[in-house]
Ligand binder design. Structure first.
Ligand code: G3P
Length: 302
């Protein structure tokens, strides 16, 4: 699995790249904002050029327009302006840019993906929240689809009333089997006949249906499960589109999307660090250090 770093912070990119495990970078307007806010002054075009030169691998830069024509124009601009720097620009297009004011349509993203991909510009489709969106993006020719695993987990947890920041931390792993347990417990009254007595009554009980569906997003129980589903669909039809797991929040989630066969996971700096940590590793290295005898130390000193 390729690892991209999900940041526009150059110091993080340079540091993680020096570890030899970074294959690319993903940015978005929020990550660019963070990098800009962290500095008194910034020449953004030069800053982006430095990111591109730092990494020998794809760097996603996102458009900001919402209508197809704007996204196409901006995508061409980003590619023509920045790709000559190190031949590694990927243009990020949201799968659906429809907003409440109606200035763009649901399918504007698809039109932009099709147009840019047909012109040979690699597209990373962002804000993928369900496998069907990924299927459409792949059909339109996207080089990558980015399912937002962490935000899918947030959404599922919000449907059962859990609030991020109050009930769980941003980095807390979402375990769908806990949801299953909760449903089993909540179903107990049915043993007392509250949900009906025949299988037909139980199967069609609306309260049970609500219970089941609130712990899933249209059948998907977690972000990692969405990644697995997308990977299966792409394999079924031999799509070349790569699955790029995004909005990654913790080390265990990285394991899950790797098991699912995602070609890429884009990770915040802190998640890469978390992947290295284990209590027993830290204990172990302390013990090894304490056990170094002078004779052993001597062989290194010549
Ligand atoms: O990869 C997309 C990412 O930057 C969004 O992450 O944690 O804000 O959902 P997050």
């Amino acid at each position: 699995m390729k690892i991209f770093i999900d940041t526009a912070e150059l110091t993080e990119i340079k540091e993680a790249y020096s570890w030899g495990i970074v294959d690319g970078v993903t940015t978005n307007p929020s990550l660019i904002k963070k990098a800009v806010d962290a500095r008194d002054e910034i020449h953004l075009e030069e800053y982006i050029e430095e990111i591109l030169r730092t990494v020998d691998g794809p760097v996603s830069l996102e458009v900001i327009g919402l209508r197809a024509e704007e996204m196409i124009e901006e995508g061409v601009f980003l590619y023509e302006r920045f790709n000559p720097v190190n031949d590694n620009v990927v243009v990020k297009i949201p799968i659906n840019t429809r907003t409440k004011d109606g200035q763009s349509k649901k399918y504007d993203g698809l039109k932009a993906i099709k147009k840019l991909s047909s012109a040979g510009i690699p597209v990373n489709t962002t804000l993928i929240m369900k496998p069907e969106q990924a299927l459409l993006a792949a059909k339109a020719g996207a080089a990558y689809v980015s399912p937002f695993a962490g935000r899918i987990d947030d959404y599922i947890r919000s449907n059962v009333g859990l609030v991020r920041g109050e009930d769980y931390d941003k980095g807390a792993h979402h375990d769908p089997s806990l949801m299953d347990e909760a449903i089993v417990l909540a179903k107990r009254p049915f043993e007392d006949g509250l949900f009906g007595e025949t299988l037909e009554e139980i199967y069609s009980d609306e309260r049970l249906k609500d219970l089941r569906s609130s712990a899933r997003d249209e059948g998907i129980r977690s972000g990692a499960e969405a990644v697995r589903s997308i990977k299966n669909i792409f394999d079924n039809y031999d799509f070349d589109t790569e699955v790029l797991a995004a909005s990654m929040r913790n080390s265990r989630q990285v394991r899950e999307v790797a098991e699912a066969g995602a070609e890429v996971a884009t990770l915040p700096f802190t998640v890469i660090e978390e992947m290295l940590g284990h209590y027993k590793t830290e204990k172990g290295i302390l013990a090894f250090s304490e056990d170094v005898v002078p004779e052993y130390k001597g062989i290194f000193e010549g």
